[in-house]
Design a protein around this ligand. Structure first.
Ligand code: HEC
Length: 232
């Protein structure tokens, strides 16, 4: 978009006002990734509010802005810190389909499919945070119109959890214990990809056996299940 770089400089100046010149704020070439994401968090929330109000022109606008934010991620941050995969390939791989699903629903002014597509978009945001080793940052459907109501600040339960970290948790808990309880949420990723719980549990089997543990039933909970293990 014409004038976009100028607009960014203004936004960056506002966001960075009063802050010491951090790496991202002092960047000459473009906005920091954290700044782009913060604005995208706002658009993600506004998109939901607009869709709920069936204000389709506004929803379409927020969606355009969201798309431009991700274009900027690819342009200014093709790679990021020690993220193992390039963001320039994660963005198209993870976001293209969910964004076009939301677009289709907005164009059709179809609230029901908007809700489905929005949740899928939100999962895609979280899948990328997982892949980028930023999984502690969890976004969700906004609960109201207050700031940050589309972010989940809880440590446990409804966030996206990596199967790899479950295996670490199992190892830590099994040390010297007669039994282990492991909370396994419904939303999981393995090697950065969303996986269903049975796939995750299959990946856990090796670790379970090598620790000398035996499955000892499980208990269903809200948003996941607690698996019980005992020492053989
Ligand atoms: C290409 C991968 C990727 C996608 C897709 C992605 N993010 Fe991010 N996001 C990141 C990374 C990496 C960071 C950490 C940035 C940093 O190191 O400053 C981040 C940071 C954030 C932050 C923290 C900003 C702050 O400074 O507090 C929020 C909020 C956020 N993302 C929201 C979203 C939302 C909402 C979506 C989906 C609409 C989304 N992200 C999609 C990779 C992604």
């Amino acid at each position: 978009m014409a004038g976009r770089d100028t607009r960014w400089r203004t936004i960056a100046a506002i966001l960075c006002a009063g802050a010491a010149a951090t790496a991202s704020c002092s960047r000459e070439s473009g906005p920091g990734l954290g700044e782009i994401m913060t604005l995208n968090q706002m658009r993600h929330a506004k998109l939901w509010r607009a869709g709920e109000a069936k204000n389709w022109p506004l929803a379409a606008y927020e969606l355009d802005e969201l798309q431009e934010g991700f274009d900027d991620v690819v342009k200014f941050h093709p790679t990021h810190k020690d993220v193992p995969l390039p963001l320039s390939s994660l963005v198209p791989k993870i976001m293209t389909e969910p964004l076009s699903d939301v677009r289709r629903a907005v164009d059709a002014k179809d609230h029901e499919s908007f809700v489905v597509a929005y949740d899928k978009l939100t999962q895609a945001c979280n899948a990328c945070h997982q892949a980028a080793q930023f999984g502690f940052n969890v976004v969700k459907r906004p609960s109201d119109d207050s700031w940050f109501s589309n972010q989940d600040f809880q440590v446990k339960g409804n966030g996206v959890v990596r199967v790899e970290s479950l295996i670490d948790e199992l190892r830590t808990k099994a040390r010297g214990a007669a039994g282990v309880d492991l909370w396994v949420p419904d939303i999981l990723t393995l090697k950065g990809e969303r996986v269903p719980r049975d796939v995750a549990m299959a990946a856990l089997v090796d670790a379970v056996l090598s620790l000398g543990l035996m499955p000892d039933g499980s208990t269903e909970g809200a948003g996941g299940r607690t698996y019980h293990y005992k020492k053989q």
